[in-house]
Design a protein around this ligand. Structure first.
Ligand code: PMP
Length: 287
C-alpha cells in the first residue's frame, strides 16, 4: 500500500506531498505538532493530544485549522488510507504561507499536514534490557512546554546520544536538574519507591504518556512526586525510565555509563510498562 499524506485539504501520494517554500514552518519553525500512537487502527488518547495541540496553538496565537470534529475525521482517514493498524500519526499546524517577515502575517491561513506510518514500537530487546541515556545541557528556548517544530536542540542532543551509543539524552538545566529527554519525559524511582518526575511547568513538554502514566499510579498503589531531580540523584536512584508516545514506558538502566540500580530494568518500571500497555490495549479494543 503506497503512503498517503494530507496537505491543506488534499490527500496526496506521500512522495509528491509538499508545502509552499514560504510556509512559516520552514523559515521560522512557526508551527506546532503532535505525534499520536495508533493501536488496533485507533488513535490512542487523541483527545489529550488535541487538547495539547490547542494549548500550543493558543500560546503562539495560531488559529485552529478546522474544528476538532473535522480534525478527527481527517486523522482517522489518514490512518485508514495508510493501512496503519499499529503505528503513528504525525500532525502539524503552521501559521501558514506568507512573504517572509518576522511579524505575523495578517491573512495567512493555517497550514495543516498529516502523515502516518506503520511502526511496531521499540524492539523487545530495549524493553527487556533497558536503555542507556547520556546527560547534556538543556540549550532549548524557555518554552519547551509548547510543542513547536523548532527541534534543532533536540535533534543535536539525540545525535550526541546516538554517537555515544546511548538511546536518549537527558537535558539538564542550569541548576543541575534533569528537565526531560530530547523526545521523552524522564522519571526516577527513589529508594522509598516514590515516582519522581519534573513538574510540568514551562521547562518541559507535558507528555501525553506522562499524563497517562500518572493516571495509572493510584490504582497501582504508587506515590507520585512532581519535583526537579538532579543528575546525581538519578544516578543513585533505584530505577529510572522514560515515557513517550513512541516508546510508552522504557526502562533506563544507565546514565552517562553509570548503572542505575543493579543495571537491569526495575520491577516498578516493568509493572508500569505492563499497566500502560493494558491501558492502550483497552483503547484499541478487542483484536
Ligand atoms: N518531551 C519532549 C521534548 C518530546 O519531544 C516528547 C515527545 N513528543 C515528550 C516529552 C513525550 O511526550 P508524549 O508522551 O506526548 O509523546
Amino acid at each position: 500500500m503506497s503512503r498517503i499524506a494530507y496537505v491543506n485539504g488534499r490527500y496526496l501520494p506521500h512522495r509528491h506531498a509538499s508545502v509552499h517554500i514560504e510556509d512559516r514552518s520552514i523559515q521560522f519553525a512557526d508551527a506546532v505538532y503532535e505525534v499520536i500512537a495508533a493501536r488496533g487502527g485507533r488513535l490512542v488518547d487523541a483527545d489529550m493530544h488535541l487538547a495539547r495541540l490547542h494549548r500550543s496553538l493558543a500560546a503562539l496565537e495560531i488559529a485552529a485549522p478546522m474544528s476538532d470534529a473535522a480534525l478527527g475525521t481527517v486523522m482517522r482517514e489518514v490512518i485508514r488510507r495508510n493501512g496503519v493498524v499499529e503505528g503513528f500519526l504525525y500532525l502539524q499546524v503552521s501559521r501558514g504561507a506568507a512573504p517572509r517577515d518576522f511579524a505575523f502575517p495578517r491573512h495567512a491561513k493555517p497550514g495543516l499536514v498529516m502523515t502516518a506510518r506503520r511502526h511496531r514500537g521499540p524492539a523487545a530487546r530495549l524493553i527487556e534490557e533497558g536503555v542507556g541515556v547520556i546527560t547534556l545541557p538543556d540549550i532549548r528556548w524557555a518554552r519547551p512546554d509548547i510543542k513547536s517544530v523548532s527541534l534543532l536542540p533536540n535533534a543535536l542532543g539525540k545525535q550526541q546520544a546516538k554517537a555515544a551509543g546511548a538511546f536518549e539524552a537527558w537535558q539538564v538545566d542550569r541548576d543541575g536538574n534533569v528537565t526531560e529527554g530530547t523526545s521523552s519525559n524522564a522519571w526516577i524511582v527513589t529508594s522509598e519507591g516514590d515516582l519522581v518526575t519534573r513538574q510540568a511547568d514551562a521547562g518541559i513538554l507535558n507528555g501525553v504518556t506522562r499524563l497517562g502514566v500518572i493516571g495509572l499510579l493510584r490504582r497501582e498503589g504508587l506515590r507520585l512526586v512532581e519535583r526537579p531531580f538532579s543528575v546525581a540523584e538519578a544516578k543513585a536512584a533505584r530505577e529510572a525510565f522514560l515515557t513517550s508516545t513512541t516508546n510508552f514506558v522504557l526502562p533506563v538502566v544507565s546514565i552517562d555509563g553509570t548503572p542505575v540500580g543493579n543495571g537491569h530494568p526495575g520491577s516498578i518500571t516493568r509493572r508500569l510498562r505492563q499497566a500502560y500497555e493494558a491501558y492502550v490495549a483497552a483503547q484499541a479494543g478487542a483484536p
